[in-house]
Unconditional design. Structure first.
Length: 113
C-alpha cells in the first residue's frame, strides 16, 4: 500500500493504526495481545509504500479482517484527505516521425464530411 509523497506520515500512521484497532475490536479471530502496527518500506514510483501488520489467530480469519480493514481504511482516508497512490507513468515522445501522406489524406477526408 502507498500514500502520496506530500502526505503527513504521522497522520497516516495514526489514522491507519486507529482504523486497524477498530476493525480488530469489531471482528473476531484476531490476536488480542498484539497491537497492529505500520512499517514504511520505501519510496516507491508513485508514493511512499508501507505495510500494516494485523495478526489473526487462524489463517482463515485473515480474509475477513483484511476485507473489513481495507473497506474502513479507504473510507477513513477519504474523510481525512489522505491520498492513496496510483501507479503513474509519464511518456515523453521525442523526435516524433513526421505525418505520413495517409494520415494527411485521412484528415482531409474527415474535414470534408
Amino acid at each position: 500500500m502507498g500514500v502520496a509523497y506530500q502526505s503527513d506520515l504521522d497522520k497516516v500512521e495514526r489514522a491507519t493504526v486507529e482504523v486497524a484497532r477498530e476493525v480488530l475490536h469489531e471482528t473476531e479471530g484476531w490476536v488480542n495481545e498484539l497491537e497492529p502496527f505500520i512499517r514504511y518500506n520505501n519510496f516507491g514510483d508513485s508514493g511512499i509504500n508501507f505495510t500494516v501488520i494485523l495478526r489473526a489467530k487462524e489463517y482463515a480469519n485473515q480474509y475477513l479482517i483484511i476485507r473489513e480493514f481495507i473497506k474502513q481504511l479507504h473510507h477513513h482516508y477519504g474523510k481525512e484527505g489522505i491520498e492513496i497512490t496510483l501507479p503513474v507513468q509519464n511518456i515523453y515522445i521525442r523526435n516524433a516521425a513526421p505525418e505520413t501522406s495517409a494520415q494527411k489524406d485521412r484528415e482531409k477526408f474527415t474535414e470534408n464530411i
